[in-house]
Design a protein around this ligand. Sequence first.
Ligand code: NAD
Ligand code: WQD
Length: 336
Amino acid sequence: MTTNILVTGGAGYIGTHTCIALIESGHTVVVADNLSNSKRESIEKIKRITNKEFPFYEIDISNKQAVETIFKNHRIDGVIHFAGLKAVGESVEKPSMYYENNLVSTLVLANSCLKFGINRFVFSSSATVYGENEVPFVETMDLLPSTNPYGETKAMCERILTDIAKANPSFSVSLLRYFNPIGAHESGLIGEVPNGIPNNLMPYITQVAKGMREYLSIFGNDYPTIDGTGVRDYIHVMDLAEGHVAAINFVTEGVHIYNLGTGQGTSVLQLVKAFEEANGVTIRYEIVDRRPGDIASCYANVYKARRELCWIAKRDVVTMCKDAWRFEKNYQHQVV
Ligand code: NAD
Ligand code: WQD
């Protein structure tokens, strides 16, 4: 069934890919983003890839009036709420900005949904809410405190939405806990564009491959993992996007939590090697001290999403590396 979905943060990395997956599976979208970490050209690129038009609102989701205007102008069947600030280090430096932006936007959006009778809500959460639990992480685990305000905003938003759903039985909330999204759309037109020096591993690798950075610093090789470097569950961003389509299609009342990952752990050195082999390039690296706040291993138990959403991640690490590199090669970074 075709539904009309409001995608907040739809100009960003995961939002753009999800808009494509939604449109390609027959849904229509309305996109809202304040462009604080993205560009308007991403919206044009979604239209180019899908060959479809859709409304775009440059608004802040914390602005109640602006959000309500969208609900007055369009019949919206559900929302996918990506809008949020996501840089872990920045959240330590500017906690109040993170709490305000991520919590207020979620509250305003959820309250507006209740007011307008929109009862499908999908929220971008993160594996960071598990903290240093034992791997693989499973949805039934007790959450452990995060080492940073960003992670706390995700745990708090999960809590807020859970309480709202409990008090409003017709409200359906899906809390999607993403593992480590990497890669790009196969067109090479859209992908991840970090602001300044990349914090995350894959964008750093692609920038080293491009010659923008001299070498990759690998944060520690003394973890209790296969080769001493950190292990993560990397998931192709298009698989993640398709997970959102599955979640929006599956509507039952109440709160539903799903891990979106592959279930496979890959170490930093394994990812570097896979990237080199997939793309025929060499990545220089040096081992440096551990990064504060990092954990040794993080990967998902993915059975719940498979069972209930009939969704699994299909793309392998080689495809993730090829697609990330195709996008990076095409993309012209602005010189600041
Ligand atoms: P992104 O920064 O590329 O996209 C987020 C978008 O939200 C941006 O376009 C930004 O301009 C917009 N935005 C931020 N605050 C807003 C506000 N108040 N009003 C309107 N627009 C606003 O990030 P992403 O990687 O696409 O992440 C999307 C969501 O997924 C975020 O909530 C993030 O915390 C979450 N998440 C991301 C990852 C990851 O590794 N990328 C992992 C787990 C969870
Ligand atoms: C992966 C591995 C690093 C960079 C973060 C957030 C999480 C979520 C996803 C938003 C680790 C190592 C990294 C580098 C390195 N984001 N590394 N050199 O830390 O798992 O998760 O992004 O929701 O909340 O915390 O991802 O890509 O930063 O790191 O050695 O230059 O690569 O130590 O083992 P992380 P990451």
